[in-house]
Design a protein. Structure first.
Length: 180
C-alpha cells in the first residue's frame, strides 16, 4: 500500500470534503430542500459537521505522530484542510451576519500570508511545523466558529480573541522565518 494513503491523510481528505457541506448548511438556508426546516436545525447540523471536522483535525495529527505515518502529502493536506474548514466557517458566518467582515478579513489575510511564507520556507528547506501559538490560534478559532454557528453568548468576544491570537501567531511565524 502506498504510504501516503494512510488514515491521517484520509481524515484530512474527509475534513476537506466536510468544508463545502458546512458552507452549504450556513449559507443556503433559503434552498427548497430546507423549506420545512426550522433555522435552528440548520445551526445544529452545521455545528455537528463542524465538530466532526474539528475532531478529525486532532486525530489526523495524533495518529500520524503516534503511528509514525507522517508524509509529505499529509504536510500539505492537513493545513489545507484546516484552511478550507476555517474559510467555510468564517465566510458562511459572515454571510449570515454573525461574524464581522473585518475579523474575517484579518484572519483570512493572515492565513494566506503565512501559507505563502510556508511555501517559501519549504522551498528553502526550512522547518514549517506549526508553533504552539499557531495551534492555540486554531483551537480558539474553532471554538469561536462553534459559538458563532450556535449563536451562543460571548461568540463575538471569542471571535476577536481569535483575531488577536491569529495576528500574534502570524507575527511569531514571520519573525521566526526571517531570523532563522
Amino acid at each position: 500500500m502506498n504510504k501516503a494513503l494512510n488514515l491521517p491523510n484520509a481524515l484530512a481528505l474527509f475534513r476537506i470534503a466536510l468544508a463545502p457541506l458546512l458552507l452549504w448548511f450556513l449559507i443556503d438556508r433559503d434552498s427548497a430542500i430546507f423549506d420545512t426546516w426550522h433555522p435552528s436545525w440548520l445551526d445544529y447540523f452545521a455545528g455537528l459537521v463542524f465538530v466532526i471536522a474539528s475532531v478529525t483535525d486532532f486525530f489526523d495529527g495524533f495518529i500520524a505522530r503516534k503511528w509514525d505515518q507522517m508524509t509529505k502529502l499529509g504536510a500539505i493536506l492537513d493545513p489545507l484542510a484546516d484552511k478550507m474548514l476555517m474559510l467555510a466557517g468564517f465566510l458562511g458566518l459572515m454571510v449570515m451576519d454573525r461574524a464581522s467582515a473585518w475579523a474575517v478579513f484579518l484572519i483570512l489575510s493572515r492565513e494566506f500570508f503565512i501559507t505563502g511564507l510556508r511555501v517559501m520556507a519549504i522551498g528553502e528547506g526550512k522547518d514549517v511545523a506549526a508553533s504552539m501559538a499557531g495551534k492555540v490560534k486554531t483551537v480558539v478559532q474553532m471554538i469561536a466558529i462553534g459559538f458563532l454557528i450556535m449563536n451562543w453568548p460571548f461568540a463575538t468576544t471569542l471571535l476577536w480573541i481569535a483575531v488577536a491570537l491569529t495576528l500574534y501567531s502570524g507575527y511569531e511565524y514571520t519573525r521566526d522565518y526571517f531570523t532563522n
